[in-house]
Design a protein around this ligand. Structure first.
Ligand code: HEM
Length: 187
């Protein structure tokens, strides 16, 4: 692959900002979800649920923006010598994460609708219910919400492992092109 400049082989500023914002929000929402779930009913628990839901809807919005942005700003290609199987795995994990980043908040939203506690986004916007109120729906979407969150965690582990492998073992610029202020060293 030809030596690229930071400008032509890195992700753009918007893509990087959205990537790291979603990363931060996911790792705020995930432990919060586990923590609040184990609390006894209290005003604190209620507030933490509201916070968790607001973060989730923010992730949903940012991921929709990220995909819209990606339509018009194609990501930089993988190095030309990337084996087909690895190319397939990288894209599979990326698209799997996009799918989960939609599925997790949507399942959470459906769970809220089913339980009769509509989602309030940062206390400002009340979202409409997307499924009917019932115990069956609640149980179904609760289960899905949890399963998707753990699938996501697995995908993230693979993704981070691959990024670190590229950086430390292969010594290419795959990591640098997504991390702000890291310089590209691809040859
Ligand atoms: C919540 C955690 C994370 C999520 C949801 C996530 C998601 C994604 C997605 C969907 C892409 C594909 C971007 C595109 O081409 O449209 C991507 C790319 C990338 N991510 Fe992450 N990521 C996460 C955490 C991390 C972490 C912790 C690292 C670094 C250790 C990392 C490093 C990268 C790199 C280097 C790329 C670019 C890969 C390439 O150039 O092909 N990500 N990430």
């Amino acid at each position: 692959m030809e030596r690229g400049t930071l400008a032509d082989s890195a992700y753009g500023r918007v893509a990087k900002t959205l990537h790291w914002l979603v990363f931060g929000l996911f790792f705020a929402a995930f432990p919060l979800g586990i923590y609040m779930h184990n609390l006894k009913a209290s005003p604190e628990k209620f507030e933490l649920y509201a916070l968790h839901k607001s973060i989730g809807v923010t992730i949903l919005t940012l991921v929709a923006l990220r995909l819209a942005w990606r339509l018009f700003n194609r990501p930089p290609p993988l190095p030309a010598d990337t084996p087909p199987l690895e190319r397939f795995a990288a894209h599979g994990v990326h698209w799997g994460m996009y799918a989960m980043l939609f599925a997790i908040p949507l399942a959470g939203w459906a769970m809220s609708s089913a339980s009769g506690f509509p989602v309030q986004w940062w206390g400002v916007v009340t979202l409409p219910d997307i499924v009917g109120q019932s115990r069956e729906n609640f149980e179904l979407f609760k289960e899905l919400h949890e399963i998707f969150a753990f699938v996501m965690l697995g995908l993230i582990l693979v993704h981070v492992g691959a990024a670190l492998n590229h950086h430390f073992r292969r010594k290419n610029s795959i990591l640098a092109r997504m991390v702000p202020f890291m310089s590209i060293r691809e040859s």
